[in-house]
Design a binder for this molecule. Structure first.
Ligand code: PLP
Length: 460
């Protein structure tokens, strides 16, 4: 064994203790370090020919890279939709790496059984019935991709061809109808060989990002043949929700696969006051839910549910002499794009075990309360303008006067040490958005955000 490896192995326990201390010290800075640091990233250094061991690596990381990392896991990072990591989720993630299981096959230990237990808990959390089966993937983009891959195979079934065998070209022109699809849907269609142009934008309700069900019915009539509908449960700009029940009812007259992108919006199911937003979720053929956002597990984690796991294994099955058979409950290696994968479910298992449904409901409700408070403060601030009602956890706002993208970007940049917003364009108007999805965010954080925003708005 290389002497440096041997010496690290001999000191493994104290070295992990040092690592723990560094992690804890970093976490202690989260409430107050610059949310997005102004310092540029350090320049590259050459590949080390001779290593100096873990302790030296820790020191160099702490000196060169750590100061340039954002407080993405902290309470005032409201950019994109970004969760943090609950204490239990973080512990679960550490133990995932420590155990380093390739939990994809029944030939190995119980890893995939732990994943199935976690999927069952998640299914219950989101109010899905036993007809849905689920798998862990690395994020909502991958969850949308897997859901749409199953949809693609379903289209083949409808048309009497096998996409898994003969390729997407066997389908001819495919239409994927959606009101305000997330950008990852177009990316998924590109990956799946259906093409970005397969995505057809269906008109939304007046002043909303939710699809107009009558317009969708019209588009389905015009499509004349089986298609795919991507319904949105929580759009990124304004957290708007399609009427899932009304959309599902269109299946009485039209032949389509219903995929629901509920990456963060599905968490409305946890709050009795907001669960109506996802009424009908169980009617979907496939569902995408991110976990590294509002479940507050570390990157990278999401879940994909479907009623047609048989089609899922048609797409993703992997035949080799040493792999387990498909059967009724296929090994995970036959269900997702990856072959090998980490015991990704463990972080979710830990946080659900540690805090339960009511702990996670409290996170969701506190985030919604934070968004509502920020929304009210913006309405009460001269110069700022709320661009959409706060339906859940996203606040979409702009400025009076000349709200140029440039002016908003300068405002956001000036604030980035204290609070991080991301720029967007809503209904043609440049805007900023604040998404509340971190378990650490408190009412005091919202106060800090409001004062910073009001101060900056006066100057811009
Ligand atoms: C974040 C998000 C995605 C993509 O999620 P990743 O985890 O970044 O891949 C897809 N859809 C919606 C609605 C999202 O909010």
């Amino acid at each position: 064994m290389h002497p440096q490896l041997a010496s690290d192995l001999a000191r493994l326990s104290p070295l992990l203790e040092l690592t723990r201390q560094r992690a804890a010290a970093f976490l202690d800075t989260l409430p107050d370090r610059p949310v997005v640091p102004p310092a540029p990233a350090p320049g590259p250094v050459p590949l080390p020919e001779h290593g100096a061991g873990l302790q030296a690596a820790l020191e160099e990381f702490g000196a060169r890279w750590e100061p340039a990392l954002s407080a993405g896991a902290g309470p005032r990072y409201l950019g994109f939709v970004t969760g943090g990591a609950t204490p239990a989720a973080l512990a679960g993630d550490w133990l995932t790496a420590a155990a380093d299981q390739n939990s994809n096959s029944s030939l190995d230990g119980a890893g995939q059984h732990l994943e199935r237990e976690t999927v069952d808990w998640l299914r219950e959390l989101f109010g899905l019935s036993g007809r849905h089966r689920g798998t862990f993937v690395s994020g909502a983009t991958m969850s949308n991709t897997v859901g749409l891959a199953i949809a693609r195979e379903w289209l083949g079934e409808r048309l009497g061809v096998s996409v898994a065998e003969d390729g997407a070209a066997a389908l001819g022109r495919v239409r994927v109808l959606s009101g305000s699809a997330h950008s990852s849907v177009a990316k998924a269609l590109s990956v799946l060989g259906l093409g970005r142009s397969a995505l057809v934008a269906v008109p939304t309700l007046p002043g909303r990002e939710a699809v107009d069900p009558a317009a969708l019915a019209e588009a389905l009539r015009a499509a004349d043949g089986p298609c795919v509908v991507v319904a949105n449960a929580g759009t990124v700009n304004t957290a708007d929700f399609d009427d899932l029940r009304a959309i599902a009812a269109l299946r009485e007259r039209h032949d389509f696969w219903l995929h629901v992108d509920g990456a963060f919006g599905a968490f409305a199911a946890l709050s009795p006051d907001h669960a109506h937003l996802v009424d009908g979720l169980d009617l979907a053929d496939s569902v995408c839910i991110d976990l590294h956002k509002w479940l507050n597990v570390p990157y990278d984690s999401a879940v994909q549910f479907t009623r047609r796991q048989d089609l899922q294994s048609t797409v993703f099955r992997n035949a080799a002499a040493y792999l387990g058979p498909l059967g009724d409950d296929p090994d995970l290696v036959h269900l997702t794009p990856e072959n090998s994968h980490r015991l990704r479910a463990l972080a979710a298992w830990f946080t659900l075990r540690a805090y339960g449904r009511d702990g996670h409901r409290e996170i969701v409700e506190r985030c919604v309360a934070g968004a509502q408070a920020l929304g009210r403060a913006i309405e009460d601030t001269e110069g700022l303008r709320l661009l959409a009602p706060v339906r859940l956890n996203v606040v979409c706002f702009g400025m009076d006067g000349d709200p140029s993208a440039d002016r908003l970007a300068r405002l956001a940049q000036e604030l980035a040490g204290e609070v991080f917003f991301t720029p967007t364009v809503h209904a043609g108007v440049p805007a900023l958005r604040a998404a509340f999805s971190n378990w650490r965010t408190t009412a005091e954080d919202v106060q800090r955000i409001v004062s910073a925003l009001r101060g900056a708005a006066r100057r811009y």
